[in-house]
Design a protein around this ligand. Sequence first.
Ligand code: NDP
Length: 446
Amino acid sequence: MELNEFIKGLKRRSRGQKEFQQAVEEVAEDLIPYINDHPKYKKAKILERLTEPDRIVIFRVCWEDDQNNIRVNRGYRVQFSNTIGPYKGGLRFDKSVNLSILKFLGFEQIFKNSLTTLPIGAGKGGANFNPKGKSDAEVMRFCQSFMTELSKHIGADTDIPAGDIGVGAREIGYLFGQYKRIKHKFQSGVLTGKSLDYGGSPIRKEATGYGAVYFAQEMLKRRDEEVEGKVCLVSGAGNVAQYAAEKLIDLGAKVVTLSDRSGFVYVKDGISREMLDYIMDLKNNQRGSLSDLPDKFDCEFHEGEKPWNIRCDMAFPCATQNEIQLEDAKNLVRNSCVLIAEGANMPTVNEGIKLFKEAKVLYAPGKAANAGGVAISALEMTQNATRMTWTREEVDKHLQNIMQKIHDKCVEYGKQPDNGYVDYVKGANIGGFVKVADAMLDYGIV
Ligand code: NDP
């Protein structure tokens, strides 16, 4: 199989879906040489099958706003692959949501979920609904309408959604409440990211951010280094960014930035615990903007900018896809950043990834570094199935073990024989692929 030919075919089959094409291209660059060396995968057309979702459900979501206007949005669920377990992946509510974005996210989820070592397949969904500026009542009515249709396609053994951008504890509550009402049963394992009061897991809300930091610790360990004392850039100020920052601060790093859609905040001496608590309340409860921070704390606010030009030792992009463009990647390398661990999905453009690898930066792609979130979601399902709740300490220990295993899998498949540099992208792509591909061979042509 030849890379150019494969990509040409993929582009023909997914016209205009540029994020999906970007995600597949990054994976195919590593997988095609591997598949060519392992003809059983080539003969069974595993990559061609893996790049075509099992099914996609698209539906209308009608709801009424506070001024009694009827509003119409588009809802989606991309059920990508249930080869090694039920479909599993988050829901995104954002005005930018379209099929290309959800297909890229669902595709990445195949490899990520396989890397966790847990029995979970891959899916992703959401809607082009913008929760910004909406009242709680409007968000509730939207979630209820969305779930009325989605409920026909999900279930604890079928497809288990969770949160993502724009879908946090509030939205999961409304979605679960509607599912429970429609189905007339308390099926806690149908959604993850639930509040602890009704079947959520300790550490789930922290898991993606903490996991990205645990992954960075593993990378540093191979160089006999630690997190303590490192200057870190974190982007985003949502779920993933908040808990990446929290863990970094707890481990003695200096987190000098956070960002949101309005710009980024720079705190030269490092964000304090008090300031982080304030930011969590600002984003999670007041639903405000980081631009308000200079009124309260001694910090700089850079309107409309991203943080990648600040000197640092490590960077944790935790906002959204393609937030690190080639120019940003050049700035990071120039400013002697030695490690990048992605909390977000596909935050770096493919040219930026190439640059990081050429510069021998320790670079962990999202599908490996942010897998802690879905891993703890799978453990939330385990707790729901057994009607047990584990302690914070137990779950945190599982998270650390899982991140270590993912790291080791990346080293197994990504270590370059000549110089020992670990290509974590290749390691994650091949490491995630093998288990799914072997299961597909077992199933025959389905
Ligand atoms: P949230 O909605 O909680 O936070 C997203 C943050 O990123 C917000 O601060 C938001 O700004 C900012 N942001 C979003 N879009 C843009 C944009 N276009 N430009 C600038 N800033 C932006 O989402 P999460 O923290 O859950 O998700 C963040 C990333 O992590 C996503 O890529 C997601 O797919 C990925 N991820 C999330 C997991 C999870 O468990 N939640 C699991 C694995 C990956 P503002 O505050 O202004 O809205």
